[in-house]
Design a protein around this ligand. Structure first.
Ligand SMILES: NC(=O)c1ccc[n+]([C@@H]2O[C@H](COP(=O)([O-])OP(=O)(O)OC[C@H]3O[C@@H](n4cnc5c(N)ncnc54)[C@H](OP(=O)(O)O)[C@@H]3O)[C@@H](O)[C@H]2O)c1
Length: 263
């Protein structure tokens, strides 16, 4: 497959008619002029980087991608959880709050997979509690991993993603409906979803797809290990196997968004 990166002038900032036509075409699911269409992705032998691969969603997504023939690079934060992953692939333990480690993850995937076709960001942290009790440290933890990291990851990945490639960012339903008691987490995810909207418009010119995924509460255990606060009693969440399968289907099927009502 030919390699393609995102370069050139920042045409996403151009308020020009061609851009409006392209946006209209995207909404209508068709192409105008030479505007590229975004196709399905054959996962057989695709090179896929999964960050958050030790997590409840990331581990399931990784397994499904492996079953469909992808070659995986798997990144988690905790060494024994990375070692315990029973999904085939290159495995790395990295704290992705550090931008240099994000770059290392991408380079490792390119080396292991002979290029890059899929990037799944399923790393994230949550916090609970009222704003009156919110610490600066908690805000920093949330935004470093949930918001800054995906921006650094997207930039690094775009330099390597081949035509037809995909970036998947797992945002959350709270990006659509912010929750009291989760103000900073909601804001970190809303910022990611906003970033994805602009990223998608830039990346499509290189025939790279961006899927902003906004699942409702899912039974992965995330709510049980917040970086601050304590989870309120929550209704039963979604089945993580079903959520992971929906995401992998979206990668293969050419989807460009998975809003909360898609689950
Ligand atoms: N579960 C839900 O209800 C829900 C709903 C909507 C959206 N989401 C989002 O879905 C994503 C996955 O969540 P999950 O439910 O699968 O949670 P999870 O089981 O807690 O997984 C979180 C993942 O993030 C990794 N991680 C945490 N801090 C890191 C760091 N500093 N550097 C690198 N990796 C780090 C963890 O690595 P270790 O395992 O090694 O610590 C783990 O792989 C998150 O972005 C979350 O916000 C979850």
């Amino acid at each position: 497959m030919a390699r393609s990166g995102v370069g050139g002038p920042p045409d996403h900032l151009c308020d020009c008619p061609q851009e409006a036509d392209a946006d209209a075409a995207d909404r209508a699911g068709r192409a105008v002029g030479q505007e590229p269409t975004i196709a399905q992705l054959d996962l057989e032998d695709a090179s896929a980087l999964i960050v958050g691969a030790t997590g409840g969603l990331g581990s399931r997504i990784a397994r499904l991608l492996a079953e469909r023939g992808a070659r995986l690079t798997l990144v988690g934060r905790t060494a024994d959880r990375v070692d315990a992953l029973d999904v085939p692939g290159e495995k790395l333990t990295l704290d992705l709050r550090f931008p240099s480690n994000v770059g290392r993850a991408v380079e490792a995937a390119v080396a292991a997979g002979g290029g890059l076709d899929v990037v799944v960001n399923a790393a994230g942290v949550v916090a609970f509690g009222p704003v009156a009790e919110l610490s600066v440290d908690t805000v920093e933890q949330l935004f470093l991993l949930n918001t800054f990291m995906p921006m650094v990851l997207a930039k690094a990945a775009l330099a390597h993603l081949r035509e037809g490639g995909v970036i998947v960012n797992v945002s959350a339903v709270v990006a659509e409906r912010a929750m009291p008691g989760m103000a900073a987490y909601s804001a970190s995810k809303a910022a990611l979803t906003s970033f994805d909207a602009a990223l998608a418009r830039e990346a499509r010119r290189a025939r790279v797809r961006v899927i902003d995924v906004r699942p409702p509460h899912t039974e992965t255990g995330l709510a049980g290990h917040p970086v601050a606060g304590e989870a309120p009693s929550l209704p039963d969440g979604l089945d993580p196997d079903a959520v992971a399968e929906r995401i992998v289907d979206a990668i293969a099927d050419g989807a460009t968004e998975l809003a909360s009502d898609a689950f």
